[in-house]
Design a protein around this ligand. Structure first.
Ligand code: DHK
Length: 146
């Protein structure tokens, strides 16, 4: 069974301490455990990086290995054409995930490059929402949606 890739961008390593009024108190390690539990038998590749280059390298790895991608690009959502170009190469379903409802925040968070290629966007469910995203991705995979 091909794995799902769950990729997290900059500053998400600080989850739990970072602006808890926005991102809550769940740590990234707890998020990873949530995802693995929700995935059941489906193998999970779970990564976080503050480097745009490394995030793109993991997308390239997913292009060859993954059944689907959940990506929280964090700030790179709104800035990275390179990340958009990499994600466009992926043939399977992509869920763009944000802990917060980015559309209810400052305007700088309203225009996502990643949304131009994502199959669907989940935003505002909080960190617990990663489990929902894993379940949703499994459905997209089984329905062979892109
Ligand atoms: C996380 C970030 O780090 C921000 O740059 C985004 C996103 C929101 C989130 O809600 O997960 O704007």
């Amino acid at each position: 069974m091909k794995p799902i890739y769950i990729l997290n961008g900059p500053n998400l390593n600080r989850l739990g301490k970072r602006e808890p009024d926005i991102y809550g108190t769940t740590t990234l390690a707890e998020v990873e455990a949530l995802c693995r539990d929700a995935a059941g038998e489906r193998p999970v590749e779970f990564h976080q990086t503050n480097s745009e280059e490394k995030l793109i390298d993991w997308v390239h790895e997913a292009i060859d290995e993954a059944a689907g991608i959940i990506i929280n690009p964090a700030a790179f959502t709104f800035t990275s054409l390179a990340l958009l170009d990499a994600l466009k190469m992926f043939k399977g379903p992509i869920i763009e995930f944000h802990i917060s409802n980015v559309h209810r925040r400052e305007p700088i968070y309203h225009r996502s490059y990643v949304s131009m290629t994502a199959t669907t966007v989940i935003a505002g469910l909080g960190a617990q929402g990663y489990a929902t995203a894993v379940q949703a991705l499994e459905t997209l995979i089984r329905r062979q949606m892109r």
